[in-house]
Design a protein around this ligand. Structure first.
Ligand code: SF4
Length: 335
């Protein structure tokens, strides 16, 4: 049942930490190549601590939830500064690092150092809700407290890391959201949901977040094979680069709002429409992106938030939309 995953072959707390951060909100199959590339690029805590943020974000590009990468980077720098470069084994000290929550603390310290702390992720929550036959939903704070209590009561003093990984693995491979394989389950004899004959009734189905349709207009400015990118701000894409653009409210004219956005960025440009629409989805947002071609009528004044980027460079910390737009911009070669 135990899958052979690259981060299972190590006790290096740094590598385990990287894998646990990547696996939050990302499936194993998606995270694995990113993990291998990231560790290849930053093989030790010191390598990551000494890296530039733009390089860290570039190595993370495509995984989404960039705040995780930024926090990880800040946290390893703090480990170097405050803990002589050694990942702290004490839960209070580790949990004090930027972006480190209860799950990451339990996972890293139990697996790397054998500290008997529990973990609770979506898979573990499902196993425990079924095992107890309780309608607990991990997103509900009161249910989460109950789930943490059960997880804490169960975690053993000996080999807590193996226990936590087995529980996560059970949820990922046997006690799956749909059609759990109860016949193969090692805890079947004590599972209350199984005894009731309705394992899939726990936890109750989540209410799906409705998807939202959005419009965006972007300006493609090209120079010698490079594309002008603006640094994005905001929770989701903060610090990544994308062609300058703006969301277009219902009833607004894309040319007008895009021209206003370019002026706000200090750009003076002539906009020409293209007939290209790029479809892009981020979390629950379906974005229809109108692509405009822009010619600068005044040279670009130096700014920290604007730069020409070779979109084919793997080192560029671009958003997924930026890569899509660049792939379709029909760039000309150097000239
Ligand atoms: Fe999940 Fe079935 Fe195992 Fe219960 S017996 S923990 S429902 S796989």
């Amino acid at each position: 049942m135990r899958r052979d995953l690259p981060w299972r072959r190590t006790r290096d707390p740094y590598r385990i930490w990287v894998s646990e951060v990547m696996l939050q909100q990302t499936q194993v199959a998606t995270a694995t190549p990113y993990y291998l590339r990231f560790i290849g690029r930053f093989p030790s805590l010191d390598h990551l601590a000494n890296a530039r943020e733009s390089d860290v974000l570039a190595a993370w590009a495509g995984l989404g939830y960039y705040r995780r990468a930024r926090h990880l980077h800040a946290a390893v720098r703090e480990v170097v500064r405050e803990h002589a470069g050694r990942v702290p084994e004490k839960a209070e000290a580790f949990a004090d690092l930027p972006g480190v929550g209860r799950y990451t603390t339990g996972a890293v310290l139990s697996i790397a150092f054998g500290v008997p702390l529990p973990v609770l992720d979506g898979n573990v929550a499902r196993v425990l809700a079924r095992w107890c036959a309780k309608p607990w939903v991990v997103r509900n704070p009161r249910d989460a407290r109950a789930l943490w209590e059960v997880a804490t009561a169960l975690v053993p003093e000996r080999e807590p890391g193996d226990w936590n990984q087995a529980l996560m693995e059970l949820g990922a491979t046997v006690c799956t959201p749909r059609a759990p394989r109860c016949a193969e389950c090692p805890v079947r004899a004590s599972c209350r949901a199984f005894a009731l004959g309705k394992p899939e009734a726990f936890p109750p189905p989540a209410v799906r977040r409705a998807s939202v349709a959005l419009r965006r207009a972007v300006a493609i400015v090209e120079r010698r094979g490079r594309v002008l990118m603006a640094r994005r701000a905001g929770a989701l894409l903060d610090g990544l680069w994308e062609p300058p653009g703006v969301d277009v409210a219902a009833g607004a004219k894309p040319r007008t709002v895009l021209a206003a956005e370019l002026r706000r960025l200090g750009l003076t440009a002539r906009l020409e429409p293209t007939d290209r629409i790029v479809r892009h989805t981020i979390t629950h947002r379906r974005i229809s992106v109108e692509v405009w071609r822009a010619a600068l009528t005044k040279p670009l004044a130096p700014r920290a938030t604007l730069r020409y980027v070779d979109p084919d460079s793997p080192d560029a910390a671009l958003t997924a939309l930026a890569r899509k737009l660049a792939a379709r911009s029909g760039r000309r070669g150097p000239g």
